[in-house]
Ligand binder design. Sequence first.
Ligand SMILES: Cc1cc2nc3c(=O)[nH]c(=O)nc-3n(C[C@H](O)[C@H](O)[C@H](O)COP(=O)(O)OP(=O)(O)OC[C@H]3O[C@@H](n4cnc5c(N)ncnc54)[C@H](O)[C@@H]3O)c2cc1C
Length: 508
Amino acid sequence: MSETPPHDTADVLVVGSGIAGCAAALQAAREDAEVLLVTKAERPTDASTDWAQGGISTARGDPEALKRDVLAASDGTADPDAVDVLVREADAAVEDVLLETLEIPFDERENGAFDYAREAAHSERRILHVDAATGTHILRPFLNYLDDHERVEVRQDTAVLELITHEGRVHGVLTDEDATGHPVYAGATVLATGGIGALYLRSTNPEGATGDGIAMAALAGADVADLEYVQFHPTAFDGEDPFLLSEALRGEGAVLRDADGDRFMDDYHPDAELAPRDVVARAVAAEREATGEVVLDVQTLEGDFEDEFPGIAENCRDRGIDGYQIPVAPCEHFLCGGIDVDHDGRTSLEGLYAVGECTRTGVHGANRLASTSLLEGLVWGLRAGETVVGCEAKPRVVDAPTLRDSDPALPERFAAEKFRRLRRTMAEQLGLERDPDGIARASAVLRRLKGEVDAYTRTRTSRELYELRNACVTALLIARAAGENAESRGCHHLVTEESTAAESTADD
Ligand SMILES: Cc1cc2nc3c(=O)[nH]c(=O)nc-3n(C[C@H](O)[C@H](O)[C@H](O)COP(=O)(O)OP(=O)(O)OC[C@H]3O[C@@H](n4cnc5c(N)ncnc54)[C@H](O)[C@@H]3O)c2cc1C
């Protein structure tokens, strides 16, 4: 074999610097592996983890109660074995990493006990939080801790573009550290690349959420599952530059009102504002359509809005909302499915692991319970970090492919225009409600778009073009999954002629 060109090696390579990637890196380093964590984030804020508001669920000593709530929110579709893993390990993971290692200052009551919050579809107060800015308070200390760890190297502003595969095994990745692709060979590669919000016109996610890990894994032949279950949050700010109004607001007493000032959630679910997310999101959309506006009334909160939710109050003021009636609309928020993994984050490809929002662990089924995503990332990150040790990098087994030289000037315009088309298609046909014809039309548009992107990238590359390619691939996979699932359940809500007829008969 010829001399190996410049490259890096690591026992364990983690891609992504949210809670899931950080947890995997931490645990692998604790097990004495040399860990390289690469992230395209330029700042810690470029990860959904940093934006998480409401908090992280614990089991608060009662795993069975949490399990019941997770299963109920998923409408019975979550995998009970995966949920068992989550609920059994929840308290120990929070204690070990967040309380003992990172010493996160979760909010306490005056008596020094934790101020556990309640959120929609939780039967108990069990959510740890710091104000309503929990993600920031977890992620920044986590990254600082890893930065100081002698076995971990963190490389920011470094995008992974392709997986290096050979005979069905993943041997590492190509990053964009040089124009023709910089190989990083690894014994184990852990994808922790987060969600897909950038595929939609309105999303609560950071703009880097382009589905990279899902697309790269699928292109390499890994199994993916449950991709039709795209979760829409019921209460994002209804206007330019949407932001999230945490579920914790409704958990603490905020209510939804239509344009006439009337509450309506009682008509949709016995738990009213505390019903599962998919139910509330569809109700908000329906009332907004019928009456013109829906507001979240925060005057009914048990505590003071400004004191309890200062970050959200500031976001409202920045957008000119001074009162207690905040206009809301549903908005893409989370992907319940993703790269199919087992309880230790193993994918169907040897050498490839995945954790966090880019995966389908089975915990969420068709609809996720609030504040279980940070927990899932933490628990699966730790489990994968423990599983991956002992895999040695083999840089000379396979030569990494090289990329074409990049031409950064043109792609930006091309990528922006194609992204616009992709987002419009996803929002119109693969949103809160879908119908089979719309899904088929979306698939056709997305296939054409992917063809145009493939043709264009035959002669050029750039980070943006890879993100666009990944967005196209992931969008197509979502459309395909939606087209193949004829059952309306959770976040995959099908509106067919029969269902509309059945609804109007019921109304009669
Ligand atoms: C506004 C908001 C509020 C939320 N509130 C809560 C909450 O209160 N409780 C809760 O449990 N969940 C909440 N969630 C959901 C939760 O925050 C996310 O699901 C979770 O943080 C995902 O963690 P992750 O580590 O999988 O991904 P992320 O935190 O999104 O991190 C992904 C990382 O991968 C990097 N990356 C992506 N592609 C590449 C690539 N090609 N190369 C290199 N790096 C790459 C990104 O830069 C980023 O660093 C919220 C989400 C949002 C957006």
